[in-house]
Design a protein around this ligand. Structure first.
Ligand code: GLC
Ligand code: CA
Length: 534
């Protein structure tokens, strides 16, 4: 892209390939399946895809444990299929972002297989070794972060699963390998990367910091600050307080284009597995805070509610039963009318929801399974089952229900799906949504169209007009003499004091999720939204 601001024209969609669409009946989503859905994605209005890992992997963490960075897992097809995919995407003007997982490799990567053989193996220094654990860190997926290796009589560090040994970024050879991987894909035409747990690449054992260590910025700059790759789009999965965000994606930092900011994701829960009371003011205030911070510091902000690591936002923070359409469209409006780069997670666009399974055998995610095994002897089973259903990453990793044909795996595969379909698939699927008077997909499409057609929504200034009113969010986007005012009511029916400037100033209603809406009526139904344009 010529100009950094142009990234604000992106509307991204995340694909978790294993669960998106299966083209050959083996029960596993694949690249040809994804290719077959490009028309659909284009119709929705997206112009870029972040593809979760599709590289060779033993799949302990479903592809986030890579054993060959330069080849496609046979489950998903071949490098040739990938080339056809990117060519098809580019022909449609869609960008492709690959997932870059370079904090760790798979324990089955050639480097690690060599490294663990002996202390003088040329690859030994590619990883982090110690005769005694240097810290008492717990791995993100449970247990100690240090694993003993008999052959060298040492421990290696794994911030995630045992099968995901951390690379040693202090070693210049490792940094060179990472650059070569980036270049390999850039040479094949990719437009950018989503960078997995990037802030873990620099650690500080003395200061007891598992991430955000002293050399982080130097490493990121070495990876992406190079002239050859400066133009690509990079999103980091990183720590996200103000200072770290500024340091990583400030305009002149030469590091990343942007990062995911997770404050709004943590709302409404005590921890990953336990909900807690929340108010919609919290969501609004968080969004306002980051809109203002981004404007002040000239940052590009990611607008997202869902990904493959979180249960559906709609199920946690909306009402996914009686008001599924209303709350799904209200959340979409509150996020995607803001300034930043929209990202939609697969299935979100037709209101996909969490599942409920009684049996741990219906779960696949290593994080969930480890958590279950760790707790099963000291927590009542009912509680544990309800916890994992609430928080499991499998909620958003279940295959997509494209149709309402139950005996055909809801259009996902002609075979047996690799993971059970969502429990509400016969009700919540794309086909039913499109047949409904209240189609979430159609609303998303109109909302994204509005964004595409109006420069002011992509570039305009953000101004909060809520004026302290509870459980609602009113904001303006303005540029030159154009403006939009968005009113979102969350939760219950109520009267909202509309901003004075909205009345008698030439605004007209352009989109709402309640056909009953009367232009400037103060009465708002549960999760009713209205978008006005001048
Ligand atoms: C990131 C990924 C997650 C993965 C982890 C380890 O958080 O999003 O899915 O398990 O990194 O690679
Ligand atoms: Ca397949």
């Amino acid at each position: 892209m010529a100009n950094r601001e142009d990234f604000l024209d992106l509307i991204l969609y995340q694909v978790y390939p294993r669960s998106f669409c299966d083209s050959n009946g083996d029960g596993i989503g694949d690249l040809n399946g994804l290719r077959s859905k490009l028309d659909y994605l284009q119709e929705l209005g997206i112009n870029g895809i972040w593809l979760s890992p599709c590289y060779k992997s033993p799949n302990y963490d479903n592809g986030y444990d890579i054993s060959d960075y330069r080849d496609i897992a046979s489950d998903f097809g071949s490098l040739q299929d990938w080339k056809l995919l990117i060519a098809d995407m580019h022909a449609r003007g869609m960008k492709l972002l690959m997932d870059l997982v370079v904090n760790h490799t798979s324990s089955e990567h050639f480097w690690f297989k060599e490294a663990r053989k002996s202390r003088d193996n040329p690859y030994h220094d590619y990883y982090i070794w110690a005769e005694k654990p240097l810290t008492d860190w717990t791995a993100v997926f449970g247990g100690s972060a240090w694993e003993y290796n008999e052959a060298t009589k040492e421990y290696y560090l794994h911030s995630f699963a045992v099968q995901q040994p951390d690379l040693n970024w202090e070693n210049p050879k490792v940094r060179k390998e990472a650059c070569d991987i980036v270049d390999f894909w850039v040479n094949l035409g990719v437009d950018g990367f989503r960078c997995d747990v990037l802030d873990f690449i620099s650690k500080d054992f003395k200061e007891d910091k598992m991430l955000n260590g002293p050399r982080l910025h130097e490493y990121i700059n070495e990876l992406f600050g190079r002239d050859k790759v400066k133009h690509i789009f990079t999103i980091g999965e990183c720590q996200s307080d103000e200072k770290s965000i500024y340091d990583i994606c400030g305009k002149d930092r030469n590091e990343l284009t942007t990062v995911f900011q997770f404050d709004h994701i943590h709302i409404g829960r005590r921890n990953k597995y336990t909900p807690q009371e929340f108010s919609y003011n919290e969501i609004r205030d968080t969004l306002v805070k980051w809109q203002d911070f981004s404007a002040k510091n000239d940052l590009l902000y990611m607008l997202f509610t869902d990904n493959h690591d979180q249960p559906y936002y709609l199920s946690r923070l909306g009402n996914d039963k009686e008001l599924r359409y209303e709350s799904a469209t209200a959340l979409a409006t509150a996020f995607y009318m803001l300034k930043g780069i929209p990202l939609i997670y697969q299935g979100q666009e037709f209101g996909s929801v969490n599942s409920f399974f009684e049996d741990i055998a219906c779960f696949n995610d290593i994080e969930t399974v480890n958590y279950f095994n760790e707790k099963v002897y000291n927590k009542p089973l009912d509680l544990l089952i309800s916890e994992i259903n609430y928080g499991s990453r499998d909620n958003t990793r279940r295959p997509i229900a494209w149709t309402n044909e139950q005996n055909n795996s809801f259009g996902f595969t002609a075979g047996k799906p690799w993971l059970q379909m969502p429990t509400r698939a016969s009700e919540v699927n794309l086909q039913n949504d499109l047949l409904s008077q209240k189609s979430i997909f159609k609303f998303y499409k109109e909302l994204l169209e509005l964004r595409k057609d109006n420069f002011v929504i992509r570039r305009g200034e953000f101004i909060d007009l809520t004026n302290g009113q509870n459980d609602c969010f009113i904001f303006k986007r303005a540029l030159d003499n154009q403006s939009f005012i968005t009113v979102c009511n969350f939760k219950n029916k109520k009267d909202i004091t509309l901003p004075k400037e909205l009345l008698n100033n030439g605004y007209s209603l352009v989109l709402t999720n309640y056909p009953s809406r009367k232009d400037f009526s103060p009465a708002f139904e549960p999760f009713e939204v209205a978008i006005y344009k001048k």
